[in-house]
Design a protein around this ligand. Structure first.
Ligand SMILES: [Zn+2]
Length: 594
């Protein structure tokens, strides 16, 4: 992000976040901060806060937060350099000419622009071959057969890769050096060193990045050639897991509708978009990858998954659900009747029928219950299997009330009466699976006040920040804490000798920690002295003892045998003595109930 001394850093120092955000959101002064209706999610009462002092914003509703640049990036869907320019312009700061930093960087930039330019030319090459060659005529007829007329071909930039074997390679070789050809993914090299076309006799779908630049291709075989679909390999400009097909054209529709339709392949995306549902994107693979969910989350968190209803599609749907639920998407699932994919369904049943089903798509759990109903539930073993299928999804819900609601529903839907199964369901509803990280605000009560105060002091206490960071890091006091990543990031930032920058620290955290970090920074806490810091540190030092006490208490309550009970009680007395010998800042919080 904004590196010290850089232009971006200068803009950040001079920009007034309240003024910039105030151009997009109506802000009202409230206490130390300003608040308003969040521009990133729908709400009626303001949970969006801007702090002039910290030059940050945070939404307690949807968890978006950051500095002035992040705000512009999120809202305008702009990359970082553009956001810096926008803010500079709004604040009347003169913009210097761009310069590259290092020779390597310049070389990388040149390579990337050459590759982007090459892909643009390749797309034109494929389009020419589709429209102007005899071989292309056959391909055109094939497309017409599948409902893709000339208008669709032009709109989506479709093309044809000739069967000759090296037509594209020869074309590109006239313009690009070998070192660029070697990494472009469009051609391969045989043992004798000659370049050949990777795509032959295929319908070509240009895959664009978010900005609408072609960065890869998907090739669909005509007839029975295998594989049916073939994609560009990973290249310096293309990473499969970070691209959603059609996103560049879907942006506006996504913003307006605030939901996305997720389909499997290009043909589906094109069919759905042509049906007038512009907010469609394709994962171009059998299931969604994590970077893709992050990309999508920048536009909307509501999604209808419309994969093929075949077995592979079902498995992909279920894998994608897991990821989407963890990212707290509001997910619905559309499984089209008759085993049709979206392309086929729209062709046979029409646009209106598709749109209607889209609006009726069930919430993901209804969909899953429907799937579980298909399992054999006449035997106890069958019921257990159905529950085991459902429970992981229930456990991924971030909201405990919702989990318990669904547990009740599942019990009644699957007619689960056995107390054992009911207990298992209740447990599933009570606790989230350990590998699933709970949402930040659910954690809030559990994260001890001392941790929060220390984080604040690391961030704000100019006089003793460095000393504090050293104390924590040298004794690894943050080890095992839920906030340890935040401590780690702050310690690293402070070690660089500069005032820690909230946005830069946040950028190194995962979603849960980032939210927690912002919540702590926006909390009203008294400014701490070094004495306060010491007492908080004491609390962290006693943590292992307190933890052991809690465990002991639990074991004692479990009615152990007399001999064991005696041992536990003795150990507990030892620990209590140990604790009382030293000054304890918050005994009420760490000692178990007596
Ligand atoms: Zn929000």
């Amino acid at each position: 992000m904004a590196e010290a001394g850089s232009f971006a850093d200068r803009v950040k120092q001079q920009a007034d976040i309240v003024r910039v955000i105030g151009e997009y959101v109506r802000l009202k002064k409230s206490g130390q901060n300003f608040s308003g209706l969040c521009p990133f999610h729908q709400e009626k009462t303001p949970s969006f806060s801007v702090s002039a002092v910290k030059q940050m914003y945070y939404c307690f509703g949807c968890g978006k937060g950051g500095d002035v640049f992040q705000f512009v990036m999120e809202l305008e869907k702009a990359p970082f350099p553009e956001a810096v320019r926008t803010v500079a312009e709004k604040c009347g700061i003169a913009i210097p000419k761009p310069r590259e930093r290092s020779p390597e960087e310049r070389k990388e930039n040149q390579q990337r622009s050459a590759l982007v330019e090459m892909h643009r030319e390749a797309a034109a090459f494929f389009a020419r071959h589709l429209l102007q060659t005899p071989e292309g005529k056959v391909a055109q007829a094939y497309l017409e057969d599948r409902g893709l007329n000339r208008e669709a071909v032009t709109r989506f930039g479709l093309g044809f890769a000739p069967s000759a074997g090296d037509a594209l390679a020869r074309f590109l070789k006239q313009k690009y050096p070998d070192n660029i050809l070697e990494v472009c993914g469009l051609v391969g090299r045989d043992p004798s060193g000659r370049f050949y076309d990777r795509f032959r006799r295929r319908i070509m779908f240009p895959i664009s990045n978010e900005a609408g630049k072609v960065i890869a291709f998907g090739g669909r075989a005509m007839g029975d050639d295998m594989p049916k679909y073939m994609n560009s390999p990973e290249t310096p400009i293309y990473s499969k897991s970070g691209v959603l097909y059609h996103l560049d054209r879907a942006k506006e529709a996504l913003r307006q509708s605030d939901f996305a339709v997720l389909v499997e392949g290009y043909m589906d995306a094109i069919a759905v978009a042509r049906a007038g549902v512009g907010n469609v994107v394709a994962s171009c693979g059998t299931s969604l990858a994590e970077p893709q969910t992050k990309l999508l989350a920048r536009f909307t968190r509501r999604i209808v998954v419309n994969y093929d209803p075949d077995t592979a599609g079902q498995a992909a749907t279920e894998r994608s659900l897991v990821l989407l639920l963890e990212k707290e998407f509001d997910v619905r699932v559309l499984a089209l009747p008759g085993g049709a994919d979206p392309d086929k369904f729209i062709k046979e049943q029409g646009v209106e029928a598709y749109k209607k089903l889209l609006t009726q798509a069930p919430a993901y759990l209804d969909y899953l219950i429907g799937r579980a109903r298909l399992m054999d539930r006449t035997t106890a073993a069958g019921k257990v299997a159905a529950l085991n299928f459902l429970m992981p999804y229930v456990q991924r819900l971030p909201n405990r009330l919702l989990r318990s609601e669904w547990a009740t529903r599942i019990a009644s839907e699957l007619r689960v009466d056995e107390p054992v199964l009911r207990a298992a369901l209740r447990r599933a509803a009570d606790e989230r699976r350990s590998e699933v990280k709970p949402k930040a605000e659910l954690l809030t009560p559990a994260v001890k006040r001392a941790e929060r105060q220390l984080i604040r002091m690391l961030f704000e206490a100019v006089e003793f920040r460095e000393k504090l960071a050293h104390e924590i890091a040298s004794a690894e006091l943050h080890r095992g804490l839920e906030t340890r990543q935040i401590f780690e990031a702050l310690v690293v930032a402070i070690a660089s000798g500069q005032k820690p920058d909230a946005a830069a620290v946040a950028a190194t955290l995962d979603d849960k920690d980032r939210r927690l970090f912002f919540e702590i920074l926006f909390e009203t806490l008294p400014e701490g002295t070094w004495e306060d810091a010491e007492s908080c540190l004491g609390f962290l030092r006693h943590r292992p003892v307190a933890q052991e006490l809690t465990d002991l208490q639990r074991q004692i309550e479990a009615n152990p045998a007399a001999e064991e009970l005696k041992r536990l009680v003795i150990r507990r007395m030892e620990l209590l003595r140990l604790l009382s010998r030293e000054r304890e800042p918050e005994p009420a919080k760490i000692l178990p109930d007596q």
